[in-house]
Design a protein around this ligand. Structure first.
Ligand code: DAH
Length: 366
């Protein structure tokens, strides 16, 4: 005959399932402790007849182990929950947002140089560099400016007083054009580079500083002509100023290192007394602004750099980076660029997180 479980079993199991650690210990003592009711039931076995003990023994033992098992299981659940709660409490949330603003800013010249590198990288140009302390041959002679060339006088060069150990006349480079020579000597043709950097001239007034920045461009390949130059400059200026209506005017000019030489003007419109690039410079209320020098590389320059001038042609251009920055970002005093005034830098500087990309727009703070 099936013996029904004593009434406390169902209640005890329900109480165990809902117990907190303290209640659980209370239940254990009440059932399995020295004076517990299961213990008391076990003690009754000794006084039973063998038949009764055989019937009751396994039932009471089963009761005991069922309750003990339930208590163990509940304890495991409570322990795991306590551990979870502790881990959550003591965890370190590394995803917290950075609330402090970065200190310092990117100088507009650095920003513009990054923008130029990004635009020209997309056109297949690599960035080349050369020394700021340059020798006379790279800065002048190889660029078709012999020692007696009158164009040298226009450069207001900072010369070093003494010649170097090899007898070379050293100077602070007056333009980035010597990097053309270095790149051709080192890499040969074909070639596509830009060379941004500092240049120096003994000249100082409202629009000139003794140190300023230029970027040089050079393409050498077979079959290069003026059309390539014009397309490249147009593509570059449209991307840089982020306007499709940039109009160029090419004027004949003279540079010793290019033949023919071309001065490039960009059309602008007057807007509340400010010149805004864009539109046809000949339209009413518009004008032309001289922006950069360029031309087809003079074959004497190719030859000086060891490039076969019968096989290869090239175009080159040079433009002031500070001027580009002023035109794009609206500063009007060049000298303030190099004063290191924190208020100016805070106002005109760029966030270090504002990386120029072609897909995201090369201009910061549009
Ligand atoms: N080097 C010239 C200067 O500093 C600028 C220049 C003009 C560079 C024409 C060129 C060029 O590459 O083709 O005034």
């Amino acid at each position: 005959m099936e013996t029904p479980a004593p009434a406390p079993l169902a209640e005890t199991l329900a109480a165990i399932a809902a117990a907190d650690p303290q209640a659980l210990e209370g239940i254990r003592v009440a059932a399995l402790g020295k004076a517990g009711w299961v213990t008391a039931a076990l003690k009754t076995l000794g006084a039973m007849t063998p038949e009764a003990r055989q019937a009751q023994g396994p039932r009471i033992q089963a009761l005991r182990s069922e309750i003990a098992g339930a208590i163990e299981a509940r304890k495991a659940v409570l322990d795991a929950a306590a551990r979870e709660a502790q881990l959550a409490r003591e965890g370190l949330d590394l995803t917290l947002p950075v609330t402090a603003a970065p200190r310092g800013s990117v100088h507009p010249v650095s920003q513009v140089m990054d923008e130029l590198a990004e635009i020209f990288a997309d056109l297949g140009f690599a960035v080349a560099t050369g020394p700021e302390i340059e020798d006379d041959w790279h800065n002048f002679t190889a660029l078709n400016m012999a020692e007696t060339h009158p164009a040298r006088a226009m450069h207001d060069t900072f010369y070093f007083p003494d010649r170097d150990a090899d007898g070379r006349q050293m100077l602070l480079r007056t333009h980035t054009s010597p990097v053309q020579i270095r790149a051709m000597v080192q890499q040969g043709a074909p070639l596509r580079i830009i060379a941004p950097g500092r240049v120096y001239r003994s000249d100082s007034d409202a629009t000139h500083t003794p140190m300023f920045h230029q970027v040089e461009g050079l393409v050498v390949d077979e079959g290069i002509h003026l059309g390539h130059l014009k397309w490249t400059l147009e593509t570059f200026l449209k991307a840089f100023f982020e306007r499709d209506d940039i109009v160029l005017r090419l004027r004949p000019s003279y540079f010793p290192f290019t033949e023919p030489s071309v001065e490039v003007d960009v059309g602008f419109a007057m807007d509340k007394g400010r010149r805004v690039l864009g539109g046809d410079g000949d339209a009413p209320g518009h004008g032309w602004m001289e922006l950069l020098g360029s031309g087809m590389v003079n074959r004497r320059v190719l030859q000086a750099a060891g490039v076969d001038a019968d096989r290869y042609q090239g175009f080159a251009f040079g433009v002031g980076v500070d001027r580009l920055a002023m035109l794009k970002y609206g500063m009007d005093d060049l000298r303030a660029f190099f004063d290191g005034d924190n208020r100016w830098l805070a106002h005109y500087g760029f966030s270090p997180f504002d990386q120029p990309t072609l897909s995201g727009g090369v201009g910061a703070r549009a």
